[in-house]
Design a protein around this ligand. Structure first.
Ligand SMILES: [Zn+2]
Length: 69
């Protein structure tokens, strides 16, 4: 019984650690630089989604992104 309880406690800690490690990895990933070839600018990966939605990027898509025509 005691052993089982102890095991559950350890398991919980491991899940916490795994979660923290995952969040830490995500944070590190977000601080990596990312280059938008279309706009020729270097930004952080964490800002990539915002940049792709920005007017500046959309303008560059409509000006330079019509390679399939
Ligand atoms: Zn862009």
């Amino acid at each position: 019984m005691d052993r089982h309880e102890h095991k559950q406690g350890v398991k919980y800690d491991n899940e916490q650690d795994r979660r923290n490690g995952y969040l830490e990895a995500q944070r590190r990933h977000a601080y990596k630089p990312w280059v938008c070839n279309l706009c020729s600018i270097k930004i952080l990966k964490g800002n990539k989604t915002n940049h792709l939605k920005s007017n500046k990027h959309r303008n560059n898509i409509s000006q330079n992104g019509d390679h399939d025509k």
